[in-house]
Design a protein around this ligand. Structure first.
Ligand code: AP5
Length: 213
């Protein structure tokens, strides 16, 4: 199974991708995670991408495509995958189509997670991430047992720099301007499945399973 998860920031793409990954034994490919890893490792690509991410702007296509092409060339991809955060504009979608065609891979579904702006802002402003294992939590929706400490590895939690109010507003604007048109793009390819993602994560996952099984 090859799936793209599409949706505004905070719709729950990363959260649902983790559940899909373990339920269907798929690979989870998140461009956001790959980029943040490159930034933390101070690679050439990470240095170039850093300021775009912090502002909530899209990282230039060339850099993201290089990352995706490299990841999709690894052998474990034959297990099936979930693409989370890619593509994010028409030109990335077009390149993805060509890349998959070349590798003889069929994209089965594009799942569009829909969430209201109020829910998105509540989720992003309360998100906390572990510095060590990178697990996501939420101060209200998914609180840790000890405030500020990761339940899984005991690492310190932090707030992503792009989860500050100004960057969130910019990310939402960019989503509307550049990414939302992909709903029509994949709808015309008859690949789009729409899910109302305004509910708690386990409820959304049940909805997801019901459309994929
Ligand atoms: P990326 O990391 O992809 O960020 P995003 O798309 O803005 O998505 P988020 O991770 O913020 O949200 P999500 O939908 O995954 O929600 P999550 O499950 O985490 O990208 C970051 C940046 O990298 C971009 O701004 C850009 O600069 C760059 N980039 C990435 N890909 C790119 C590309 N292709 N091209 C160019 N640039 C690119 O959940 C959020 C919070 O809500 C969590 O705290 C979670 O616990 C909580 N939550 C989730 N679901 C629920 C639920 N159902 N109920 C209650 N709480 C929930």
């Amino acid at each position: 199974m090859q799936i793209v998860l599409l949706g505004p920031p905070g719709a729950g793409k990363g959260t649902q991708a983790k559940s899909l990954k373990s339920y269907f034994n798929l690979i989870h490919i998140s461009t956001g995670d790959l980029l943040r890893k490159a930034v933390s490792e101070n690679t050439k690509l990470g240095v170039e991408a850093k300021e775009f991410i912090e502002r909530g702007d899209l990282v230039p296509d060339k850099l993201v495509i290089e990352l995706i092409n490299e990841r999709l060339s690894k052998p474990d991809v034959s297990r099936g995958f979930i693409l989370d955060g890619f593509p994010r504009n028409d030109s990335q979608a077009d390149i993805l189509d060509k890349m998959l065609q070349k590798k003889n891979i069929i994209l089965n579904y594009v799942v569009y997670l829909e969430a209201s702006e109020e829910i998105i802002i509540q989720r992003l402003s309360g998100r906390r991430v572990c510095r060590s294992c990178h697990e996501n939590f939420h101060v209200k929706n998914m609180p840790t047992k000890v405030e500020g400490i990761c339940d899984i590895c005991g690492g310190e939690l932090y707030r992503r720099s792009d989860d500050q109010e100004e960057a969130i507003r910019n990310r939402l604007k960019i989503y509307t301007e550049k990414t939302e048109s992909l709903v029509d793009y994949y709808s015309s390819q008859e690949k789009l499945l729409k899910i109302d993602a305004n509910f708690d994560a386990p409820v959304v996952f049940e909805k997801l399973k019901s459309v994929l099984l």
